[in-house]
Design a protein around this ligand. Sequence first.
Ligand SMILES: NC(=O)c1ccc[n+]([C@@H]2O[C@H](COP(=O)([O-])OP(=O)(O)OC[C@H]3O[C@@H](n4cnc5c(N)ncnc54)[C@H](OP(=O)(O)O)[C@@H]3O)[C@@H](O)[C@H]2O)c1
Length: 458
Amino acid sequence: MAGHDKSEWQHAQVEWNSVSAVRVGIIGLGNVGGGTLRLLRNNASEIEGKLGFPLEVSAVCSRSVLTNPSEAVSLHPKALRTPDWREVVESPDVDIVAELIGGTGSAKQIVETALAGGKPVVTANKELLAEQGPEIWQRAAGNGATLGMEAAVAGGIPVLNVLREGIAGDGIDALIGILNGTSNYILTEIERTGAAFDQVLKEAQDLGYAEADPSADIDGYDARSKLAILAAMAFGEQVSPRDIPLQGIRRIRTIDFAYAGRLGHTIRLLATARREPNGLRLAVRPALVERNTILAGVMGSYNALWVHGRGGDTFYYGKGAGPDPTGVAVVSDLMAAARDLRQAGGSVQRVQPFGHTRLSPHRPVSSGTEERQFYLRFRVRDRPGILAALASKLAEQGVGIEAVLQEPHFDKQDLPFVATLEPARRAAVEKAVETIKGLDFLVDEPLALTLEPTLAAA
Ligand SMILES: NC(=O)c1ccc[n+]([C@@H]2O[C@H](COP(=O)([O-])OP(=O)(O)OC[C@H]3O[C@@H](n4cnc5c(N)ncnc54)[C@H](OP(=O)(O)O)[C@@H]3O)[C@@H](O)[C@H]2O)c1
């Protein structure tokens, strides 16, 4: 400090900080954007300690930011506030853009415009990435910009980082994920309380766990987008979400947990990917999971991913959504992008966003060829001969009944019972179910679920 007094030195520090801060623009100030802003403020000293320079929020954007700014916005009083995302993306004071609005409309424009300008982008947008991730990645590479997307899958669990780098040395044979916290919350609440599906869904909506329109969660679309991203990351194939067979949880009833319990199982919405000799078998479906497995222990809004690699099995668990867990993923990606900008002297991505230098075309295997034990739940108006009629329809497709379970004390006009089947091909079971649907004693369509094999056998 020779030759400088204290105030000069402090002044120099301030100058140095302001010169060296990497500046971020946050577009979308809802759950994830708000969480991100709070973390950037509350963890500022840790972030600076890890990076060696501060991250500064220089611009924030949402359509209502001028009329109704949130408390999180007020934590960054010097940031430009604008309802026009272009002002953020094009601002010379924004080095990295975070797209946190969601959807595939404006979000796509934001990402593309930022990348075209050579600015690194961090996004939590699973829908956009599942639909157009590889194109966006190519665009990023072409413009020498980085793309961060950890928040898009499993919120606070850094599974993309794990697949991209942590276990990159392994060959992965299978993934099983519980990737949608809302569905898992609903299923485990039905299991825990015995309440009806509609009542639990309403409670989930009242608590803010489920959207007013719950379709993306309970019909499986959200989990399907995440599985498409994971499959690209783990297997190097470019998977369109539309090519992944999908079944949601709307038809799961309280009684299914009773029957699953009698079989030593519970029910979870599983996103599965298995590498087979002829291609990749992907699906999002509710399934019976053995009670004594780690996946059955995933309760409430938690997410999990089990990875079956040739080098061994690994399991990842944590909060899959919410402002803080997802905000952590966004901030960590912002830090990685800032480090690249600063330390690599430019926006250089060491590892490709999808973990491969290129993705090959998806080779799906037909879902009909899947051989599994099935659980078939029927609701019938009871009368003699029902079992014989069902057994005959199944036998026509070469499918045998293993056991029949019937809980007592149900109304004979709406009697639920379950048949477990000998291992059979999905195509045969689905064909049998189609013909069974026409039988006049059914109260509604049969529900077919698979019994997932134990983890070790997958
Ligand atoms: N919520 C989670 O836990 C979670 C977890 C993982 C990933 N994600 C993903 O994170 C993204 C954001 O989700 P979220 O839950 O934070 O959504 P959200 O709470 O609905 O917030 C969306 C924000 O974007 C703003 N916005 C929407 N359209 C805009 C536009 N055209 N221009 C400027 N601002 C716009 C909205 O505010 P105005 O209406 O005022 O503009 C709001 O601030 C989505 O891609 C979602 O899939 C969410």
